[in-house]
Design a protein around this ligand. Sequence first.
Ligand code: GN1
Ligand code: MG
Length: 357
Amino acid sequence: MNSDQNVKEVLSNYPISMKQVEVIPVKTGLIHTSYKVTEAQEASYLLQKINTSVFRDVKTLMENIALVTNILKNAFRGSSYESLELLKTNNGQLFYKNECAAWRIYHFKEHLTGCDVPNNKEMVREAGKAFSAFTQALSETDPGKLSVTIPNFHSMQKRYGQLQHVLKNTTAELSHIDPLFKQIEEFKQLLLPLEYAMDSEEIPLRITHNDSKFNNLLFDEAGKARCVVDLDTVMPGIIHFDVGDCLRTLTPSTPEDEPELANIKLRKGFHSAFLKGFVKNESGWLTKNEIKFLPYSAPYMALIMGIRFLTDYLQGNIYFSSDHPEHNLIRARCQVEITKQFLDQIPLNSDPTGFFK
Ligand code: GN1
Ligand code: MG
């Protein structure tokens, strides 16, 4: 079956009229294959072919998403925030599986758009507020109600272990990555205390997004952040994962795969603008330790991504979609440079309350 016929067969299992249906591929991240489906120029949908080598248990994945979207829908009623909304199949299922793949459909947010990097501090503050609203809306729910779709997703120890394993087993010539690997080792030692604090329960587990890149946030025309998208990795985690992933992507003006390291600069005031929005000028909803460890967030998540991109490069680019064989190496170098700049500019032991006052 070619992919066109495949998509039509998938759509025929949903309450979508096939008359004048238009299907166009869209780029939405590095994992799934996505299409925008427009029905007779009226309703539109986001159809996604789920990457089942990354998300092996699709049922559990989709149950997490259904739970979270229901909670968010209720919590955001009457506010300016909104939730993603799944379209169920004709049989009331959360996804459709055929012999080729597993598929799901969301209602398309036609009135909202995302972008890779913000161009002003107002957007940054909006991002902080939106991820804060997201975390707080889910804070009444026991994190144990969500399944762990990818175990140890943001474990520095596990990610570093995977990198070491790949390095040990490769026959490739590696001298060109020696300096990068040395930096990773050095920064990892500095950042591990965040993971230790999580493991020893000094920092509480909450329901977190875990993939809170700036472009996973949609804005309206007036510049207001309205909807957090990409709920695949919503599971138990610590706020530092979400704060860090957003900060690593919104603070530089360059994209995540900037090849020219000299172009990467952390923009002044963006870190504190985000935290101001996230903490909301009153830190009452965060614990003392959550606040204390805030300076770890951005370099921790940038380094995790540096390690993951480098591992994938060494494994032959099997996980992240990439445009060319060196793409993941470029991404890795970029993320390690971002880690370095955060560590240089924001001491890990600095008092974070100074950032959001
Ligand atoms: C992947 O597919 P996308 O772009 O939403 C990855 C994230 C990374 C991101 C890097 C499940 O997310 O962890 O931060 O690429 N998602 C998964 O761009 O591995
Ligand atoms: Mg994602």
